[in-house]
Design a protein around this ligand. Structure first.
Ligand SMILES: Cc1cc2nc3c(=O)[nH]c(=O)nc-3n(C[C@H](O)[C@H](O)[C@H](O)COP(=O)(O)OP(=O)(O)OC[C@H]3O[C@@H](n4cnc5c(N)ncnc54)[C@H](O)[C@@H]3O)c2cc1C
Length: 432
């Protein structure tokens, strides 16, 4: 098989790209590559290798499926794919933040997020890629060989040769090892998560409403928990350095979680899929060696996400589009991918702020300082907005930290230390 792009310059006509993983990051890269090359008058061959079947209800994706802005603009504007508004979804209108002693409603003015079923979203995007002339190989990548003139990609059904390989395999540990052996890649540090779902019936869903409930328990092991409304059920997840099924049971038993979950309409309607637990992981920092001659990582595999929470799907799509642009404009050499780091500086520079926010939130939740902040936020719109932005992931953490530390916000925190009850905040001890 001869390859026309043996050099390491921008991907030329007739070149081949193999994308390992058909999640949002992989598919966004593939579509942006194919269409971007076409716009430049180059026809490139793009193959996405995906090991899972997204159709036919065989897969469960742990992801809560909340799509944050600007996902619609990225999918429609950058990729030219109509956003799948027809997939059953909930428009998330805001958040309720629960701490051990208080809760506060956080409704921002920002564009709402959209909650939908992740496997249906992935299936839709993969089909959109196929329609745009991208080959979808249903197989698992099992080995990689990097040569000076090409990359050989082994799968469990076929062998492929490529000028460039894109790693879009999420946090798949086995695939991470393949890249580690081949090119010295190091997977990103990650938080663990346990997920389950609950179908309370139609009136239960109506009672629950369209807000995500976020919990910051005092537990040393659960960093946060969330109840997310979907079209016919509530997705429940917890996260921490090492959470497990026992901690999920502990979370479900916490009185404020029990009070927030609607009661089942009647016992006969119990859905057998309810309260089955699934494990997942979130990256919380940058991976090592995410690019080099003939390879680049996108999305979770790169750790190019927010360090604390939220927006993983949007970041995967965004970094996929950015990787494709760099491959077409700058080339596929290690040095060319410096441009990839540079265009992702908004995410990379925000990681220390997200990490600081994470440690501060853990500390505040465990010491009760978070209750003080929540009470203060009831009086201070700036602090309330900072809390909304932190929970919703709508703005960079750097801006959230700066806004949260305005003198008005800090004054409000100090003022609230002596006062337990303030308007808009419900105190669990009864008033509010
Ligand atoms: C509990 C939980 C809840 C979450 N909720 C949200 C949320 O509400 N909103 C949000 O934006 N993000 C959420 N996330 C994060 C989000 O799921 C990820 O950030 C996002 O999926 C990353 O996309 P990706 O394309 O990089 O990777 P993935 O979506 O993980 O896709 C990787 C793909 O690669 C395939 N693959 C891996 N190895 C191979 C191989 N060797 N051969 C072939 N195929 C392979 C996998 O099958 C998979 O389909 C959540 C994560 C967890 C754990």
């Amino acid at each position: 098989m001869s390859q026309p792009n043996h050099g390491l310059g921008p991907l030329a006509a007739g070149s081949r790209a193999v994308v390992v993983g058909g999640g949002p990051g992989g598919v966004a890269t593939a579509i942006a590559l194919k269409q971007g090359a076409r716009a430049l008058g180059r026809d490139v061959h793009v193959v996405v290798v995906e090991g899972k079947q997204f159709t036919g209800h065989q897969q469960y994706n742990q992801c809560a499926g909340v799509l944050s802005p600007p996902i619609v603009e990225l999918i429609e504007g950058d990729l030219g794919v109509p956003f799948p508004h027809s997939l059953g979804h909930v428009m998330i209108t805001g958040y309720v933040l629960h701490t051990a002693r208080s809760e506060i409603v956080l409704d921002g003015e920002a564009e709402p997020s959209i909650a939908l079923r992740r496997v249906e979203f992935d299936a839709y995007l993969l089909e959109a890629a196929r329609e745009r002339g991208i080959d979808i190989l249903s197989a698992r990548v099992t080995g990689l060989e990097f040569h000076t003139d090409r990359v050989v990609v082994y799968t469990d059904t076929d062998m492929l040769e490529a000028d460039v390989v894109v790693g879009a395999f999420g946090l798949d540990e086995g695939t991470g090892v393949l890249f580690e052996r081949a090119v010295g890649y190091k997977p990103p540090p990650a938080l663990s998560s346990v997920v389950t779902k609950y179908h309370p019936g139609e009136s239960g869903m109506a009672q629950f409403g369209d807000r995500i409930h976020a919990f910051l328990p005092t537990s040393a092991q659960i960093e946060f928990g969330a109840l997310t409304p979907k079209s016919n059920h509530i997705t429940i997840n917890i996260a921490g350095a090492s959470v497990d099924a026992n901690l999920m049971r502990e979370f479900l038993d916490m009185p404020y979680v029990r009070c927030t979950l609607p009661r089942l309409e009647n016992a006969g309607k119990y859905n057998p899929n309810d309260l089955h637990f699934y494990k997942g992981r979130f990256p919380r920092g940058l991976a090592g060696h995410i690019s080099g001659d003939r390879f680049v990582m996108v999305g979770d595999a790169a750790g190019l996400v927010r360090a604390f929470k939220g927006k993983g799907i949007t970041s995967a799509v965004l970094t996929g589009i950015r990787a494709a642009n760099v491959i077409l404009r700058d080339g596929i050499a290690s040095g060319a991918f410096d441009a990839y780091r540079a265009v992702n500086n908004d995410i990379i520079a925000d990681l220390p702020y997200g990490q600081a926010m994470r440690f501060l939130t853990i500390y505040a939740a465990r010491t009760g300082l978070i209750d003080v902040a929540v009470r203060a936020a009831a009086l201070d719109p700036g602090l309330r907005r900072a809390l909304f932005d932190a929970v919703s992931a709508h703005r960079p953490y750097r801006d959230v930290v700066r806004e949260g530390l305005t003198s008005a916000g800090v004054r409000a925190v100090l003022a609230s230390i002596g006062s337990r009850n303030t308007p808009k905040v419900k105190d669990r001890n009864g008033s509010g």
